[in-house]
Design a protein around this ligand. Structure first.
Ligand SMILES: Nc1ncnc2c1ncn2[C@@H]1O[C@H](COP(=O)(O)OP(=O)(O)OP(=O)(O)O)[C@@H](O)[C@H]1O
Ligand SMILES: [Mg+2]
Length: 302
């Protein structure tokens, strides 16, 4: 019997309070709307369809996670939302206005550490503020406040290489937030961190999200991470990326690590596994030659 069938809940079940919370969320204004978006890449004479017919919307203060198999177009989608890439068809609206090019209403955090190595932590935080024509003294004051918020005041004058991976991503997050964007776009921001630091960063991001009026679009490969963080999870299919399902998260907030052991968690994880890794009928896409017996290798060597 499949795991999901042994559970007393399905991935579609929600408690009354979780349902009420999601209903409230969906009654809030739409911040980001994506309509019938396609993305094609030209590679020589070949046209690669990276994204097909993507439509969804996120509401104010929503935490939306996007998951999908490797190469399904997640980074392409988030780069289009950031205005770093243009779609082939369709539209992206932020607060009802079409997105064209990067803008201060969208902050971005990537997987790699993207702090400027030649600037101190504080100057990294001040950078975006100064680009927005905020005076040096005011930018320094605001940078101090943000560093205080994430508990890194002591590290204001050190350089990024002197920080741990988790600290670097904390700075990257506030650097993306200093200009008060409407949306924070995050592309696998914690995937280079070890499991413990990653769990701490997830809890930490939820803390920040509670305090700041921000809508988050968070890309991840990690199903546990998506379930732990998201209000809703958008699941894309393998290449080309199309929407398979938009799933409502079943967990109550505030999120607690114990919820990772609940039946609701197991049910939604089983559903995500089913969508991301469907059982294969045909041969595996990638095949490896059989490893010869050790005696055969010895024969060859001798
Ligand atoms: N600049 C480009 N030119 C041509 N093809 C591209 C380009 N960028 C991405 N692609 C193709 O588009 C598809 C989606 O790539 P993308 O990086 O968005 O996937 P992804 O879901 O983020 O993958 P991963 O999970 O490995 O990060 C892939 O087939 C990729 O080869
Ligand atoms: Mg990617």
């Amino acid at each position: 019997m499949a795991l999901a069938e042994k559970l007393s809940v399905t991935y579609l079940d929600q408690s009354a309070s979780v349902k009420a919370r999601l209903d409230r969320l969906k009654s809030r204004s739409v911040i980001l709307r994506v309509n019938a978006l396609n993305k094609f890449f030209q590679s020589g004479r070949q046209t690669i369809t990276a994204l097909r017919n993507i439509s969804f919307q996120t509401h104010r203060r929503e935490f939306l996670c996007i998951i999908g198999p490797s190469g399904c177009g997640k980074s392409t989608l988030v780069r289009i939302l950031a205005g770093l890439e243009t779609q082939s068809d369709g539209e992206v609206l932020l607060d009802g206005r079409p997105v064209s090019g990067p803008g201060r209403e969208r902050g971005m955090v990537f997987q790699g550490y993207t702090l400027f190595p030649w600037l101190t932590v504080k100057k990294n935080v001040m950078f975006g503020l100064r680009m927005n024509n905020i005076g040096r003294a005011e930018a320094a004051k605001q940078a101090d406040e943000w560093l205080g918020l994430i508990g890194l005041s002591k590290f204001a004058d050190v350089y990024p290489h002197q920080l741990s991976g988790g600290m670097k991503q904390r700075v990257a997050i506030i650097r993306a937030l200093v200009n008060h964007p409407r949306v924070l776009l995050m592309d696998e921001p914690f995937s280079a961190l070890d499991a413990q630091t990653r769990a701490r960063m997830q809890a930490y991001l939820l803390e920040i999200w509670k305090k700041v009026d921000i809508t988050i679009v968070f890309i991840t490969h990690d199903l546990d991470e998506a379930i732990f963080l998201a209000d809703r999870i958008l699941v894309l299919s393998a290449h080309p990326g199309e929407i398979q399902e938009l799933i409502q998260g079943p967990l109550a907030r505030p999120r607690r690590p114990e919820q990772l052991n609940s039946e609701a968690f197991t049910a939604i994880k089983a559903r995500l596994e089913e969508l991301i890794h469907p059982p294969q009928d045909g041969p595996e896409e990638e095949t490896y030659p059989a490893v010869p017996a050790l005696s055969d290798i010895r024969d060859t060597v001798e």
